[in-house]
Ligand binder design. Structure first.
Ligand SMILES: Nc1ncnc2c1ncn2[C@@H]1O[C@H](COP(=O)(O)OP(=O)(O)OP(=O)(O)O)[C@@H](O)[C@H]1O
Ligand SMILES: [Mg+2]
Length: 258
């Protein structure tokens, strides 16, 4: 793809462009010659079995890991780049926060890293803590948090500086249905305002809410299309069955109850 960084989608510069990107760990190609264009303002989900390379790809997109091969651009800037890091919010699969600091202290720390102005920061902290149902926990140290609360704290950090690209690695694992719904409403709102969301998920229910899905297996992107197109491609009505087919498993007929 010569000049790939200038790929535009409907007149807009793409949010993420990968051109033959691989990441090699010793004998393993964790991500194998992956090419994809992710337009702005969409919710794009990576699906695939455990170990298929989702996290590894996301880490390259945010600039935490360098590709072994190929080229990667975010908003037209070659990654890794410090300049573009400021425009990305990243929620890693394992929360990377300070357990001895309170939630407020964690958010202030990351707010300073992302250069959010002091006044704006205090307002954002209140807003996010309210939305994520963490208001009562703002002044408690994170070591006292439950798994789902830590997950939400991590999400608050990713959302703090209102990034143009949100990269969320399994963002709603361990959240109850009500919170999950609230978050999806927020994701949709963000996308409608032009934020691009790149997420990974194992939940087919969630995948179905996305605009585009990429299916990874053994580091290779086997398909990248809308949920409806992936159903049509595999001839399956349910996304779960489409997933199983793409993952290389036969879909067994379900016995009707007797
Ligand atoms: N730093 C590393 N060094 C060596 N191997 C690694 C490293 N990071 C990931 N891998 C390997 O790369 C492969 C892809 O891992 P990755 O975490 O990207 O998978 P995943 O699709 O995110 O899986 P899951 O759904 O379980 O989160 C796995 O085989 C993993 O063991
Ligand atoms: Mg992962």
């Amino acid at each position: 793809m010569p000049g790939a960084e200038r790929v535009t989608v409907e007149g807009q510069e793409a949010a993420v462009i990968a051109d033959g990107v691989s990441r090699i760990f010793g004998p393993l190609r964790a991500v194998d010659r992956l090419s994809v264009v992710i337009p702005r303002g969409v919710i794009y989900a990576l699906l695939g079995p455990s170990g298929s390379g989702k996290t590894t790809f996301l880490r390259m997109v945010v600039g935490a890991l360098r590709p072994s091969e190929g080229r990667l651009w975010v908003f037209g800037i070659a990654m890794p780049s410090r300049r573009v890091a400021q425009r990305i919010g990243y929620m890693p699969q394992a929360p990377a926060l300070y357990p001895d600091l309170t939630l407020r202290e964690n958010l202030r720390f990351f707010g300073a890293v992302y250069r959010v102005s002091r006044r704006q920061l205090e307002q954002r902290i209140e807003e996010l803590a309210t939305d994520l149902d963490l208001l009562a926990w703002l002044d408690h140290p994170l070591y006292r948090f439950s798994g789902g609360m830590l997950q939400r704290a991590s999400l608050a950090v990713a959302l703090l500086h209102e990034p143009d690209l949100l990269v969320l690695d399994e963002p709603t694992v361990g959240l109850d249905p009500l919170l999950r719904r609230t978050l999806w409403e927020r994701f949709r709102l963000l996308a409608s305002r032009g934020t691009t969301l790149l997420i990974s998920t194992h939940s087919m229910d969630e995948a179905d809410r996305c605009d585009l899905l990429g299916f990874l297996r053994g580091g290779r992107l086997l398909a990248s299309d809308t949920p409806a197109a992936l159903r049509a491609l595999t001839g399956q009505d349910s996304l779960e069955d489409a997933f199983l087919i793409l993952a290389g498993h036969p879909v067994l007929p379900v016995e009707p109850p007797r």
